[in-house]
Design a protein around this ligand. Structure first.
Ligand SMILES: C[S@@+](CC[C@H](N)C(=O)[O-])C[C@H]1O[C@@H](n2cnc3c(N)ncnc32)[C@H](O)[C@@H]1O
Length: 250
């Protein structure tokens, strides 16, 4: 079964066919489910939607169709958040599955963590991953409770940041399966980031930090957006994870 599955996945263009075959075979509860899963994978569906979870920052995050699949590069945001959180409050805006918030909770179990997303499908998924946290359905800060104003030590926001015109060049796995609201950041990719940065100082505690992810090409623009919003920006490139994050200190 293994070698046949590997061959089928390889023929469908899966680069890591051996690993994927081992995962599908190991996770499928029975033969008919396995056949169905292989067919879905051959049709291009993300592996994480099929098995129902993604590996992220040393743990498993539940994911489901309609929710952004957490990327390994976003682990850089988690490390930066943990470095700055102390005993403070973290709000994960644009939380998707809640991967960032859940990873922070795993590494700093006593933390006070909130999460929010505009998409009700993401909010439902994040609530499964964050049973001990409050998750809001909110367009950026619109529905975040006012008692958190000026009280947030770390604000993480992995906003959609792909420029609209670049969506069609994305791999079909993302383009055809992840909702556009999770990817499309407007003309230069930074529409939601601009909105978040503009309001961040109303929500951050003194000395608190906003942490966002961007492409390397966007980093200078994000730096300017942060400076204009009164945040002291630092750009960090994580070579190992191929990640660029921008940290803005209030
Ligand atoms: C790139 S995904 C990141 C998800 C998650 N933080 C992660 O890293 O896996 C962007 C998320 O932002 C959400 N989103 C898009 N526009 C938003 C807005 N105006 N307010 C809040 N969330 C938004 C999307 O629904 C999506 O879940």
């Amino acid at each position: 079964m293994t070698s046949r599955t590997v061959a089928v996945l390889r023929a469908a263009g899966c680069v890591f066919a051996e690993d994927e075959a081992a995962l599908l075979i190991g996770e499928a509860p029975d033969e008919s489910t396995l056949a169905d899963w292989i067919a879905r994978r051959v049709a291009g569906e993300p592996l994480e939607y099929i098995v129902g979870w993604a590996q992220f920052h040393g743990g498993r995050v539940l994911v489901e169709p309609g929710v952004f699949v957490p990327r390994r590069r976003t682990e850089a945001m988690v490390d930066a958040a943990l470095d700055r959180l102390g005993s403070g409050v973290l709000l994960d805006l644009c939380c998707g599955s809640g991967a960032v918030a859940a990873a922070v909770m795993r590494s700093a179990p006593g933390s006070t963590v909130y999460a929010s997303d505009i998409d009700p499908v993401a909010v439902a998924c994040a609530r499964r991953n964050l049973p001990c946290c409050t998750v809001f359905e909110s367009d950026t800060f619109a529905a975040v409770p006012t008692h958190l104003r000026h009280g947030i030590a770390v604000l993480t926001a992995n906003t959609p940041y792909v420029p609209s015109s670049a969506i069609e060049t994305m791999p079909p796995e993302a383009r055809d399966h992840e909702p556009r609201v999770t990817l499309d950041g407007g003309p230069d990719g930074l529409d939601v980031q601009r909105r978040v940065a503009a309001q961040a100082r109303d929500w951050l505690a003194p000395g608190g930090s906003l942490i966002v992810e961007a492409s390397a090409a966007q980093a200078d623009t994000v730096r300017q957006i942060f400076a204009a919003a009164g945040l002291e920006p630092t750009v960090v490139h994580d070579e190992d994870r191929d990640a660029t994050i921008v940290i803005g200190r209030a």
